[in-house]
Design a protein around this ligand. Structure first.
Ligand code: SAM
Length: 1018
């Protein structure tokens, strides 16, 4: 029987998914991203939607099993039953599907994934303001953040997947759903039995039996659900959602740090974050009398008026909190005095340091703090600045509430004592001779009146500098840092060991924390459970370490500490806040604990965990042939993120904290790099070509294995915009004998208002669904080209209507183009040569560009300007792109584009020129009557901005004296396309809104003026 298409191949509610994904970025407590940093996590709504839509058939497909259609009716309501939560929109444009939506099963399924609330619908129809983030989707939407623990909604999805997956039997939906209920109930019953057993932590025959019963019930359930694998699991968002939807979920990652994060996110909360009842004796034995005394009444088990036991709602989070607090308390006893305030009763929350360089003037040699600014706090209501006090070569400070502009370090260092300049090169030279020191400048304290900034005392300065003899080398991460631009080691400041990321007091605190961590670890009786507990303490230490480095930032507007990795790199920091680990401040250690326990508590409701492997994917033997139902994944974005290099920051510590629990994972000195599937040239002797080849081969090897192991859909998310990255991805998909059957741009940082300025990265990720190829025979180039042009034109129109612009729009078309191409084994040109994927994608770009220009009449340069603006806005793009576009249906060449200042080149990048830039580069822009339209428009903008109204009116009269002149048409196009807050847009708006008066006045100024004293006589 022919398989029906999966929903993801046919329809997705992309606007709804995008809206909730934007919200996902700001969700904090309980969100997977808050347990431990990982780079480029996918938003959960996208993952949940893609997993679900990859596993259920399109109900409108003629081959869709009857039982599945019945199940939709049973679970999501029947057709023509208005008022029910999954009824499609009556009238709403710009959504997943056309306006109005037909009430059919496919659309009901889409509305189940995500449906806009009435206020959001009203907003989209222009009738109301946008509702708050949490009110955009209905409460019944599967992908809504708030649905993740809503059993009623999640079970609807599980049931639909169950019916879709078990439809081979000729059962009805009712029978299949009854079978689901039976299996699900068996799990719940087994859980209830196990979790109500008192002292179940003790290994007794009963506890072992009940644990096994639960295990068997879960296995019996999972045997009837799809097997979903993510070979690039990273921070774990995809397998987390696959497991939530009741699938047998598998995840691989090559990186040991990612693997530990996955254990903490996808395995332990689901397995161990469960209730436990203790007898009083056992509780006291484990935690002591003092802990028993502070147990809340609601958790006490009372019998005949006596407290006989304790009920803990979540054993894992309770233990993590108990031992983490113990770890902190022991450490504070030892080193707490190093952080005490000598001057006040307040608790210092942070210590503000600056690195210190030496003035290169030989007669001065002042030791100058490398301050880029003097501000410590700058909010509308509070100003705190360092006020320099200079005496000869002594530099001191006072704290001032008066704003002091600037700083001493800009591109070079200006000495405040002698005004000499010390270049960065000189400073780096000093760094290489270990002459750059550090100086504690300010102590920031918490007080009842807010944060107080004061100068440190001599004793406090002494306490902040720890004598190196106190260090135990085995705790100090002396491993070297690779010298790459993504890490500070590659920036020439002689920072080349991981230990140099920390001040002496920070290292000492971390050493003491780890020593106490070892004591706790040794006190545990080894078991799977205790390994989980210790893993969280390792994650806890990682969170502290991320905030205890000398590369954090003091945020002067929020008065708090920003931990490193705000970006996907480590930059040089010339000043930094050292947080007091024992304060309750955001950067303090205790605060880190809360994030962990909240995550455990937020994900413990789910019973299904993920099977995790710390391995490079691509092993054909990992799963039997066609064992997996579906692969859903998010491969590395070519060269965008140096995962292994960045994660060494954590690896060197995790090796020390968890290395004995995970000996095989922490075998190598630092994270394994050679097998990483990225195109980073520094891993290949700076050879870009080799890096590309490595990425392509690795991806092909992995996709090849996946194709062998998977029976249904492979869904791949990708968020890199460059054609090069896409070429490589598509080559690997096609090379692994798969073809693309669906392609969706799911916007994850979506703003509903047009283009973003200066951003070349993809704000949406494109998800393509692939199936084993049915490619047959040879395609004729001309025919395939025609098909691609038609498909891309259709796609452009649709995506443009949905609000996609720029690179996002373009890349979304790639998938469609590849699907045409992948239908054939080979596509040949007239001369018999094979068309490459690179050529194909260039063709797709060209078609997209042409489709966007369709209907626009004008000269070639103006056409190019408009087309480019649509695709790229003012973002920086790769040099090759201009050549590609210029070729696309236009007769101009790249050199002309630069000569006419349409594009501005900057090394191997380029940007579209603004009207101001163009007028600056060419003073007589648009002067000739036959000038390009875009030149004329830019000239008019310049005149509109200026003060010479007569010149503007003359210009209008000359070039745009009628309302239908092409000049105004170009302006109207620009008005729609330009980023809303830029100067170009303001001028465009200004001209357009004054159009009528400008035309009228321009005519009036041209009337002959009758001069006094002359007589007009015949
Ligand atoms: C884009 S990230 C995945 C992010 C993930 N979807 C999330 O939401 O957090 C890609 C991941 O692939 C992993 N990776 C790179 N090469 C690999 C390989 N050869 N085998 C397995 N994983 C690999 C990287 O370590 C990284 O975590």
């Amino acid at each position: 029987m022919t398989k029906p298409k999966k929903l993801i191949e046919v329809a997705m509610p992309i606007k709804e998914i995008s809206a909730e994904s934007v919200r996902d970025k700001s969700i904090r407590h309980g969100h997977i991203s808050t347990l431990h940093l990982w780079w480029a996590r996918r938003p959960l709504p996208v993952c949940r939607a893609v997993v679900f839509a990859s596993l259920v058939p399109d109900p409108e497909d003629t081959n869709c099993p009857k039982a599945f259609k019945e199940a939709i009716e049973l679970l999501l309501g029947k057709k023509n039953n208005p008022g029910d939560p999954y009824a499609p929109y009556a009238d709403i444009p710009w959504t997943s599907i056309y306006d109005p939506m037909q009430d059919n099963l496919r659309n009901r399924l889409q509305m189940f994934i995500g449906k806009f609330t009435q206020p959001m619908q009203d907003h989209l129809l222009g009738k109301a303001t946008k509702p708050q983030a949490g009110k955009m989707l209905t409460d019944e939407s599967l992908i809504k953040w708030d649905s993740k623990n809503n059993e009623k909604i999640i079970n609807k999805a599980r049931k639909l997947i169950w019916v879709a997956h078990n439809n081979d039997s000729n059962n009805t939906a009712t029978e299949l759903l009854a079978d689901f209920d039976k299996h699900y109930k068996a799990i719940k019953d087994a859980e209830n039995e196990l979790y109500s057993l008192t002292d179940r932590h003790l290994e007794t025959d009963k506890s072992k039996q009940l644990t096994e019963n639960l295990h068997n019930a879960i296995e019996a359930f999972l045997d009837k659900m799809p097997k979903v694998f993510d070979p690039f699991a990273g921070g774990g968002a995809i397998p987390l959602e696959a497991a939530r939807l009741g699938c047998r979920s598998y995840g691989n990652d090559i990186n040991p740090v990612a693997h530990i994060i996955q254990k903490g996110s996808l395995e332990f909360p689901q397995k161990y974050g469960k209730p436990i009842n203790y007898t009083k004796e056992e509780f006291v034995k484990l935690y002591g009398e003092d802990e028993f005394k502070i147990i809340n009444n609601e958790h006490k088990i009372i019998n005949n008026g006596n407290v006989v036991g304790v009920n803990i709602p979540n054993r894992l989070s309770f233990d993590v909190e108990f031992y983490a607090k113990k770890l902190l308390a022991e450490t504070e006893k030892e080193i707490g005095h190093l952080y005490k305030s000598e001057k006040t009763d307040n608790i210092p929350i942070a210590f503000f340091w600056a690195r210190v360089g030496i003035c290169s003037n030989p007669t001065c040699k002042a030791e100058v703090p490398l301050l880029k600014r003097f501000a410590l706090c700058d909010t509308p209501n509070k100003k705190v600045y360092l006020k320099p006090i200079i005496k000869d070569t002594d530099i001191d400070f006072e704290i001032s509430s008066r704003k002091i502009d600037g700083g001493w370090l800009n591109k070079s260092l200006t000495c405040p004592c002698c005004s000499s300049t010390t270049t960065t090169k000189d400073l780096k030279e000093q760094a290489s001779n270990n002459l750059i020191n550090e100086r504690l400048l300010v102590i920031i304290e918490d007080s009842p009146n807010g944060k107080i900034y004061r100068l440190p005392t001599q004793k406090e300065i002494k306490l902040a500098n720890i004598d190196k003899s106190l260090f135990d080398d085995s705790f100090i991460p002396s491993e070297s840092m690779k010298e790459i631009p993504d890490l500070v080691s590659g920036r020439g400041w002689n920072i080349n060991k991981w230990s140099q990321m920390f001040s002496s007091r920070q290292l000492y605190a971390l050493q003491t924390l780890i020593q106490n961590f070892y004591i706790i670890k040794e006190s545990q009786i080894k078991s799977n459970y205790s390994d989980a507990l210790i893993t969280y303490l390792g994650i806890f230490l990682d969170r502290i370490i991320q905030r205890q480095t000398s590369f954090g930032i003091w945020d002067i507007t929020r008065e708090n500490l920003q931990a490193i990795f705000a970006r996907q790199s480590i930059a040089m920091m010339f000043d930094y806040p050292e947080s007091n680990p024992f304060s309750n401040f955001g950067g303090g250690a205790l605060n880190q604990l809360d994030w962990i326990t909240r995550y455990i508590e937020s994900e413990c409701k789910n019973t299904f965990s993920t099977v995790l492997q710390n391995a490079s994917s691509g092993e054909k033997e990992q799963f039997k042939e066609k064992y997996l139902t579906s692969v859903i994944t998010d491969p590395p974005y070519y060269d965008a993120i140096a995962y292994a290099d960045l994660s060494d920051f954590f690896y060197v510590w995790l090796k020390r904290t968890l290395g004995d629990i995970y000996p095989l994972n922490f075998l190598t000195p630092q994270t394994p790099k050679t097998e990483e599937c990225t195109a980073l040239k520094h891993h290949h002797d700076n050879d870009k070509q080799n890096a590309k080849l490595h990425f392509e081969n690795k991806l092909l090897e992995i996709f090849d294995a996946i194709e062998h192991q998977t029976s249904d859909i492979v869904s791949i998310m990708f968020a890199h915009q460059s054609t090069e990255a896409w070429t490589t991805l598509c080559n690997s998909i096609l090379g692994a004998k798969m073809n693309i059957t669906g392609s969706w741009a799911l916007d994850t940082e979506y703003s509903f208002t047009g283009l973003k300025q200066n951003k070349a990265f993809l704000s949406s990720s494109v998800t393509v669904s692939c199936v084993p190829t049915q490619s047959e025979g040879y395609g004729d180039y001309k025919e395939v080209k025609k098909a691609i042009e038609a498909t891309v034109a259709r796609e452009v129109e649709e995506l443009y209507r949905l609000g996609f612009r720029g690179a996002d729009l373009l890349t979304a078309c790639f998938g469609q183009a590849v699907s045409e191409f992948g239908k054939y084994k080979k596509v040949e040109k007239a001369d018999g040569s094979e068309v490459t994927v690179a050529e194909l994608l260039a063709m797709a770009r060209e078609s997209a560009f042409n489709a966007l220009l369709k209907g626009f009449e004008g000269d070639e340069f103006t056409k190019f300007y408009i087309g480019w603006l649509q695709l790229n806005g003012f973002a920086e793009t790769d040099f090759d792109d201009a050549a590609t576009f210029a070729k696309a249906g236009l007769t101009i060449n790249v050199a002309e584009l630069f000569r006419e200042n349409i594009l501005i080149q900057n090394k191997n990048k380029q940007t579209l020129a603004t009207f101001a830039e163009r007028n600056k580069l060419k003073t007589n822009l648009g002067a000739k009557s036959d000038s390009y339209l875009i030149d004329q428009v830019h000239k008019a903008m310049q005149l509109f901005k200026g003060t010479n109204r007569n010149a503007l009116l003359d210009f209008i009269n000359d070039r745009a004296s009628t309302p239908d002149a092409n000049f105004w048409r170009v302006l109207t196009s620009l008005d729609e396309l330009l980023p809303k807050d830029c100067e170009d847009h303001k001028m465009t708006r200004g001209l357009l809104s004054n159009k009528e008066s400008l035309i009228r006045e321009s005519k009036e100024t041209q009337k002959p003026i009758v001069q006094q004293g002359t007589l007009e006589l015949e």
